[in-house]
Design a protein around this ligand. Structure first.
Ligand code: ADP
Length: 400
C-alpha cells in the first residue's frame, strides 16, 4: 500500500490524515492537542471506532511519534509498518515570494520558509515544527511543503501590487499573496472537471471559500487571476472575527482616539470585528441566523454585510474575467448555509445567473450539488473542499 501522511501543524496542535494515494481514500485521521502542555491524542480509523488517550507530548516530535505508533498499531492501526508511508505532505501557510508551487523539503526549502516567518509569524514557525518533527521521526521519507499562498502567485503584478511606495514591495515583500489557496485550487480543478473543460485555457471560475475565514478568488484556465485576501488573511470579506477591507486611514484614527497599541489594534481587527464585532452575538453563522430570526437587528446586519461583500467580489471578478463559466461555493458556510447562498445570489440575473432558489433550499448539506437551472449561462455549484486530498495529490506528484 502507498499512503501519504498529511500534516497540518499548529503551535500546540497537529492535525493528521493518512490517505491511500491510489484510491484517494482516507484511511485514518486525527489530532494531537495540547502539545507542550500535557497532551491528548485523537485517532479515527475510517469505519472504525474513535480512539482517544491522554499522552504526554512535550514536543511536536513526540506527538508525531505517537501518531506513527497508533497508525501502525497491531490492533487499531491501518498500515503494517512505516514503509507504507511513501511521503509526508505539510500544510505551510506562507511561502512568501519564494514559492510559486509546492516543493520538496530539503535544507534549502526550510531556510526559505524560515526567511518568510515575518510574513506568517504565527503559522510558519508552527508549520516548521511539524516539518522538523517528521524529518526526525522519518528521516528516509520524502516530505513536501504545500503553501496556502502558492495559488495566488500567478496573479499579474497590476493585481498583486499595492499602490504604496514601490520600495515597500521590493524591500519588504509587501504584496497581495492570498490565502485558502489549496482550497481554491482544489475546487477550481474539480469544477473544471465537472464542466468537462480540462486543459481549456479560457475556462473562467469564481470560487467562494466561505467559512470562519472567507475569501473569494477567480481563475482563468485553472490559474489564479485575483483573490480577495492580501499580504495577510485580514483583507477582503468581513469574516467570523476579522474586519476584512476597511479604509486604511481608520487604523491611525482609531489608534489615536482609543489609545491603542499596534498589538491592540491588530487584535481589534482580527479578533473582535467581522460577524462577531457587528452582531455582538457570535462569529458562527448558525448563531447569527438564530439571533436574526429572534429579531436581533445587528445579527441581521452582519449577515447582510457578509452577503454584500461576497456579491461585490463576484461582480468585480466577473468584470475582471470578462464573464464566468461557473461560481463555486465551498467551506463551512458555502457548503452548509443555504440561506446565505440565497442572500448572495439574489438579483444576479443581469450577470446571466439563473439560480434555482428552490433547489438551493433543499440541497443536502455539505454535498456536491448544481444550484443553477439547466438554462443558466453560468453554472452555480456547491463543491465540498478537501484541502488534505489536494495536499496528498501534490505531495505524491512531487515526491513519488
Ligand atoms: P474554518 O475557516 O475554521 O476552516 P469552516 O470552513 O469549517 O471554517 O467553517 C466554519 C463555519 O461554517 C462556522 O463558523 C459556521 O459559521 C459555518 N457553518 C457550519 N455549518 C453550518 C450550517 N449548517 N449552517 C450555517 N453555517 C454553518
Amino acid at each position: 500500500m502507498k499512503t501519504v501522511l498529511v500534516i497540518n501543524a499548529g503551535s500546540s496542535s497537529l492535525k493528521y490524515q493518512l490517505i491511500d494515494i491510489e484510491t484517494e481514500a482516507v484511511l485514518a485521521k486525527g489530532l494531537c492537542e495540547r502539545i507542550g502542555i500535557d497532551g491528548k491524542l485523537t485517532y479515527q480509523p475510517t469505519g472504525g471506532e474513535k480512539f482517544q488517550k491522554e499522552a504526554p507530548m512535550p514536543t511536536h516530535q513526540q506527538a508525531i511519534e505517537l501518531v506513527l505508533a497508533v497508525l501502525t498499531d497491531a490492533k487499531i492501526g491501518v498500515i503494517k509498518d512505516m514503509a507504507d508511508v511513501a511521503a509526508v505532505g505539510h500544510r505551510v501557510l506562507h511561502g512568501g515570494p519564494n514559492f510559486t508551487a509546492s516543493a520538496l523539503i530539503d535544507d534549502k526549502c526550510i531556510a526559505a520558509i524560515e526567511e518568510v516567518i515575518p510574513l506568517g509569524p504565527l503559522h510558519n514557525p508552527a508549520n516548521l515544527m511539524g516539518i522538523h518533527a517528521c524529518r526526525a521521526a522519518m528521516p528516509d521519507t520524502p516530505q513536501v511543503a504545500v503553501f496556502d499562498t502558492a495559488w495566488g502567485m500567478s496573479m499579474a503584478q497590476k493585481t498583486f501590487q499595492y499602490a504604496l511606495p514601490y520600495e515597500v514591495y521590493t524591500e519588504h515583500f509587501v504584496r497581495r499573496y492570498g490565502f485558502h489557496g489549496t482550497s481554491h485550487m482544489f475546487v477550481t480543478g474539480e469544477a473544471i472537471k465537472r464542466l468537462g473543460r480540462e486543459g481549456d485555457p479560457d475556462v473562467k471560475i469564481i470560487t467562494c471559500h466561505l467559512g470562519n475565514g472567507s475569501s473569494v478568488s477567480c481563475s482563468k484556465g485553472g490559474k489564479c487571476v485575483d483573490t480577495s485576501m492580501g499580504l495577510t488573511p485580514l483583507e477582503g470579506l468581513p469574516m467570523g472575527t476579522r474586519c476584512g477591507s476597511i479604509d486604511p486611514a481608520i487604523v491611525p484614527f482609531l489608534m489615536d482616539k482609543m489609545h491603542l497599541s499596534i498589538k491592540e489594534m491588530d487584535t481589534l481587527m482580527n479578533k473582535k470585528s467581522g460577524m462577531l464585532g457587528i452582531s455582538g452575538v457570535s462569529s458562527d453563522f448558525r448563531d447569527l441566523w438564530a439571533a436574526s430570526k429572534a429579531g436581533n437587528d445587528r445579527a441581521t446586519l452582519a449577515l447582510e454585510m457578509f452577503a454584500q461583500g461576497v456579491k461585490r467580489y463576484i461582480g468585480s471578478y466577473f468584470a475582471e474575467l470578462n464573464g464566468a463559466d461557473c461560481i463555486v461555493f465551498t467551506a463551512g458556510v458555502g457548503e452548509n448555509d443555504w440561506a446565505m447562498r440565497e442572500m448572495i445570489m439574489q438579483d444576479m440575473d443581469a450577470l446571466g445567473v439563473d439560480f434555482d432558489f428552490e433547489k438551493n433550499r433543499t440541497a443536502p448539506r455539505g454535498e456536491e450539488c448544481v444550484l443553477s437551472k439547466p438554462e443558466s449561462k453560468i453554472r452555480v455549484m456547491v463543491l465540498p473542499t478537501n484541502e488534505e486530498l489536494a495536499i496528498a495529490r501534490d505531495t505524491a506528484a512531487i515526491a513519488l
